[in-house]
Design a protein around this ligand. Sequence first.
Ligand SMILES: [Fe+2]
Length: 358
Amino acid sequence: MAPQTRTETQTQTEEVTTQTGRLNLVGGGEGPQYPQYLPSVDHTTFPDWEEIPYVDAGTRGTPDKRHLFLPGSTHKPLTPRIGEEIRGVQISQLSKEGLDDLALLAAERGVLVFRGQDFKDIGPERQLDTVRHFGRLHIHPTMPYPEGLPEMHVVYKDPASTANAIKPNETQSISSVVWHADHTAERQPPGITFFFALEVPSAGGDTLFVSATEAYKLLSDGYKERLEGLKIVHDNTSMIEYAKSRGAPARFNPSKHAHPLIRTHPATGAKIVAAIGAGEGNGQPRYIEGFKREESEATLRLLNDVLQRSGDIQARATYEPGTVVVWDNRVVGHTPVHDFEGERRHFIRIAAMAEKPF
Ligand SMILES: [Fe+2]
């Protein structure tokens, strides 16, 4: 499998219909540099995910990350509490032990920003195989993927795109910021997630991250005790139904699961406030099981105030050509920032599904 050349279908495809509406793929100026990674129209459906055993790669990592931080590499925190920027390491050249160290570091720091990577040019097969090291690869239930590559989620915007019209006008938000973790309604939601840049705007299009392990530490002991043992119901029915209503792909049946509100990371043992974006808009974390509506809403609002307003546990990932960002979707929440106009932004996300939260 090496679809490195522009396919006939993609050449002929000037527009696709997504859950977000009409996405015009032909912008002004030069064409996309990575046409083989453009979104394609594909209504293939898949069987719902079976529960499978999961062993976190980070449990095999070394405390000093000796297989990742090879001689000549440098790394520094993005902030004291979250994030690490790494230079002089090629992910594509890492050993299995190096990938294990990467998983542990992602679990500890939440988000890793790797600069100067050749990852975007090693081809889909190696890209997918690299992330497969961390678990079964997720398939987005509704959004377009590059032709024949369902395990790649395309994030694409060009000067002619209308993809930023993510909601009907009457419900459009003032800000593009939408804090969330990816696909938490799955029985085994994604953990290690790769997000690599194919084309970046000259400025902007960053991603904001917040540490849900650091958020937990900020809470008082008494409040932590009250939250312990609670479950929060996650549901992606509205996403699937919205896709269907727009004629966009709906590849899986809706997924609804009750996961611990305070979950534990299998590699670090850290406690995590697993409620980012809860109860807001069409987000997947919906309500606390067994609480009355006002109790659930008030609790989730408080937790999201901590997560979304605490700049001291947040970081901003910026992108350059060759940047690969890796985050642990259990440890951090994130939000895109749509602050650029008139330029192309083309990214691929590959996510490995992790354990059933505990
Ligand atoms: Fe996301």
